[in-house]
Design a protein around this ligand. Structure first.
Ligand SMILES: Nc1ncnc2c1ncn2[C@@H]1O[C@H](COP(=O)(O)OP(=O)(O)OP(=O)(O)O)[C@@H](O)[C@H]1O
Ligand SMILES: [Mg+2]
Length: 260
């Protein structure tokens, strides 16, 4: 097996306030390989966003280390980009200028920049909206602009924190398919956080189920079967049941380890 692109090694994270110290993540360890879609699945408050923030370099682990391609992550880098849940588009800038903004600081000529913006807006099907302002777009379209902006930077890893949570079911399904086809074309690595079991099964190569208080990985499940997957078939139901049962265990705050 190739060396991991992201390696999370015995990571714990504590937050301290004047009153108390809270351990949010405890002894998290796993590797992510190039071209994988890893989904972190867990209930609200279990530490999913905290874990993603550590990988993105926005926070530092209290102990343990996180490596990107063998080097410790100490600050945010363009090799590993976070896709924000609220899209974080600048409302006064057009769609194309929002995407171009991410490329400022890169050594690109004006033509190269335009080419890159057009390429990635085309990839998410929004070339005809390039002159529009964000408020003139639907939520799903705004999220596609945010995806184009992240892709334009050409990162090796994209971190996604509940990227489709605010969208209706049909838009979510559509964007999940779009994400799979873009990922298969571009071969980037994705770490995605969700509390939606179906989304996890649909997208993931591997799912890590997290339990809370303190946040830790309870179970790793490899999802077999080519993508796009059929949400109605027997395999999908099997995984759904498996994961659902797992959550009942995590609710009891038992720490269990067994193999499927
Ligand atoms: N900067 C911080 N300072 C103190 N506590 C924090 C901080 N960030 C997160 N926490 C705490 O860490 C725990 C996990 O938060 P986190 O946002 O990672 O959860 P989550 O799994 O992403 O939840 P959700 O699904 O609701 O987004 C919570 O108890 C939260 O209050
Ligand atoms: Mg969160």
């Amino acid at each position: 097996m190739l060396a991991p692109i992201v390696s999370i090694q015995q990571v714990s994270k504590r937050f301290s306030s004047q009153k108390k110290q809270e351990t949010v993540l405890e002894q998290i360890s796993f590797d992510v390989h190039k071209g994988e879609i890893i989904v972190i699945l867990g209930k609200s408050g279990c530490g999913k966003s905290t874990l993603l923030n550590l990988v993105g370099g926005f926070e530092q682990a209290s102990s343990g280390s996180i490596l990107l391609d063998g080097e410790e992550i100490k600050k945010p880098s363009k090799r590993c980009i976070m896709l924000m849940q609220n899209y974080a588009l600048l409302p006064w800038r057009s769609v194309e200028k929002n995407v171009a903004l991410a490329l400022e600081g890169e050594k690109l000529t004006k033509d190269e920049m335009t080419e890159r913006v057009v390429h990635y807006l085309g990839m998410v099907g929004l070339l005809d909206k390039r002159k529009a302002l964000p408020h003139e777009l639907s939520g799903g379209m705004q999220q596609r602009v945010a995806i184009a902006r992240a892709l334009a930077i050409q990162p090796e890893v994209i971190l996604m924190d509940e990227p489709f949570a605010a969208l209706d079911t049909f838009t979510r399904y559509y964007l999940q398919d779009e994400l799979i086809s873009i990922q298969q074309r571009e071969q980037m690595t994705i770490m995605l956080v969700t509390h939606d079991i179906d989304e996890a099964i649909y997208l993931a190569d591997r799912i890590f189920i997290m339990g809370a208080n303190p946040g830790r990985i309870y179970k790793e499940i490899s999802i077999k079967g080519a993508k796009p997957r059929n949400r109605a078939d027997a395999d999908f139901q099997h995984y759904r049941e498996l994961i659902f049962n797992e959550f009942q265990f995590t609710s009891n705050k038992q720490q269990i380890e067994y193999n499927i």
